[in-house]
Design a binder for this molecule. Sequence first.
Ligand code: ATP
Length: 466
Amino acid sequence: MNDSPQPTEATAAPEAALSDWGNVAAGEVMDRLVSLCKRRGYVFQSSEIYGGVGSTWDYGPLGVEMKRNVRDFWWDSMVRRRDDIEGLDAAILMHSKVWEASGHVSGFTDPLVDCRNCKHRFRADVLEAMDEPRCPRCGSRDLSEARQFNLMFKTHMGPVEEEAAAVYLRPETAQGIYVNFLNVLNASRRKIPFGIAQIGKAFRNEITPGNFIFRTREFEQMEMQFFVEPGTDTEWLERWRDERRAWYAELGIRDEKIRIEEHGPDELAHYAAAAYDLQYEFPFGWQELEGIHNRTDFDLSRHEEASGKKLSYYDEEAKERYVPYIVETSAGVDRTLLTCLVDGFREEGEGKGARTVLKLSPRIAPIKAAVFPLVKRDGMPEVAGQVHRGLRARWNVFYDDGGSIGRRYRRQDEAGTPFCITIDGESVEDRSVTVRDRDSMEQVRIGIDRLEEWLAERLEGSQTQL
Ligand code: ATP
């Protein structure tokens, strides 16, 4: 057992770092991360003992904590800390007319091509990059015309499997907000502009899922629909674009890896007048993290028409009635979690000092601190137990008394734990502990009576390091 509270720590690799992820080349990052996620209990393949099921994933003990933290951070910034947004939790199953009115039954499709030789079915846009159309799997030129394939999962409500009983698993949470617009408006006595926010599962029968939890068939969205007066929509769209970018910075994601792309006229979804993609530079390229859309009065007007119910708003001051325009911010919980993992992943140092570390923001790290008695004797476990119990009342704090201190640090680095607290012989005498910072690996000595306040500043306040 190593009795020293100051173990040998990783040193910077003498040669220039290979990539933004330390010693790991970009092409290897996803494989390493997937394996770390399984090893440490972040994410497991769904139904793994049966060989897995296409692109669905289960969140393990650390993953589920982190996912809750991501949701809570979004909910706090979008709902609790604002006075112009209300929350909602609508059902996944909705009236099937919702999806006819929204345009999803007719328009939420991908064009697919069948290979008559090997029966492989693939997205038609795969052919765009080829000089001559061929099956990407077997190379055959015997291909069908492109046909539209609806991405919604369809099922039946009740015991009869007939068309009249057809329902869909929602492909976006937004429609639950639109059909509740008047309910929320009346119940909360809001005036426009105001927003409704919701977090929940969505399902899309994606043809090409992949890149781990980046694109899956079952996922969770964090959506906010902001109802505004027509004519003010462009200004609100830009405001929300900037606010959402700032949110990712607050989440600790490197800002140089975020960019905003405006959709060209031919890229806009059927409901949008203007849209921005907030993108992140993943090891597999720049990809959408969140969409910010000006959906105009498209959705409310369509639901008005299809349901026969008025969904307009009466502006008391201006004495006029209008159908509000909607500015939407639409992010994925799973994709945000993946972004935080990718952005924080590093392999650093060399030889005995090498370490794998997840530099997650303390706000979303699944374990906030770990408590270690240096050795299992001389009163140290008792003091460590007291410290652990005290902190656990407020945060998810881990206790570990197994192995050398260096090994215990490494385990927490890999789990993304921002602070490790070591109780040594001196702690028993003078009630002080050593706190070690995950990122800088610096250590400071702090009195136990000040520890909770000290951690709170770093876990919940603006100070995020030692
Ligand atoms: P993409 O072009 O990546 O398919 P999209 O433009 O269809 O996305 P939106 O409909 O704007 O996506 O969905 C908003 C957000 O929901 C996305 O930015 C993403 O974070 C999340 N999301 C959408 N589809 C998936 C999916 N299949 N798996 C995981 N997250 C998803």
